[in-house]
Design a protein around this ligand. Sequence first.
Ligand code: FEO
Length: 391
Amino acid sequence: MKSISTDIIYIGTDDLSIDLFEGQYKVPQGVSYNSYLILDEKTAILDTVDSRKAEEWLAKLETALDGRIPDYLVVHHLEPDHSSVIAAVAEKYPSMTIVAGAKALAMIPQFFENLSREGRTMAMKEGQVLELGKHSLKFVSAPMVHWPEVMVSFDEFDGTLYSADGFGKFGALSECGFYSSEDKDWDSEARRYYCNIVGKYGAPVQALLKKASALPIKRICPLHGPIIDSDFGHYISLYDKWSRYEPETEGVLIAYASMHGGTEAAALKLSEMLREKGVETVEFDLCRCDLSAVLAEAFRYPKIVLAAASYDNYIFTPMYNFIHLLQIKGLCDRKVGLIENGSWAPCAGRLMKEMLGQMKNMEVVEPTVTIRSRMHSSDIDKLAELAQAMA
Ligand code: FEO
């Protein structure tokens, strides 16, 4: 347990043994489920944790309370990684009031059928304030950052923004640091977290950033990852870029899905040609790498090359899955070059183009290069043409 100030205690938990976050994301450095306790004239618990850490969290809470009874449980976000212990803590402290937005209160029975809520909930609206004594939490709705019921709160006493999933990051605090100023690489795992978890919801994030810009923020306490204690402009400007789908740097992301090495060779040749022109490139073998990391890179770069084999008269599955991921996360405004391979009926290029055509402002750069089984000397000119057009 760690004190953030004289009357705010961190009671969250690290999870270093989870294999997949949300059932799909690898988290080699684990993840933290952040939770906070404000000890004022009134006591308020801010969110709970995942069921995997229920016992540890309840024990921490009891120690931090030091004999006091919590007056409020504030629920900023009802996703189970933050809400799984609501019923247990409500049962343990029956006089405690559950404070949340109306949508969250309406959803609670979906998760906790038997939780009695009669006379023990308080619905907060935009701008309403929960008075705790010195501390006063002003509620700000943040729908779809990352669920519809999300509210964040701003402590008008000490300038702390409790930002729910916003400004969260993968990585246990023991691995990346308790404060962002101790974190040597906040950006990469925060980017992967943002693009995969919140990436689709750029417009709602923009709306929240607009509201947050009016607040005198002195600290950001997210539900995952380090507490942001300084250099707010850096984090806010990254969030602004990501939620506008604006690239962060120049260069070309080259993603390939190759069955027998022919497509890979063509993709790497194109990468070499681009580098010879002084263009930065990064290459990913979609058959072998973590797609969530490649998605984050696709948010980072303005230009993408997709190279895929044709397969069963369709796009080779790893590439199909990757483009589908780009689609559902709402990536837009990118220039895309295409390489297709097919030994007898190449079709991946046409089909990739169709998928990109369903996205917003994805400009396909010509020519699409067609490889027949292996890259031949006759393909070099077309690859050079594509390299020139991408550069
Ligand atoms: Fe960390 Fe949307 O839950």
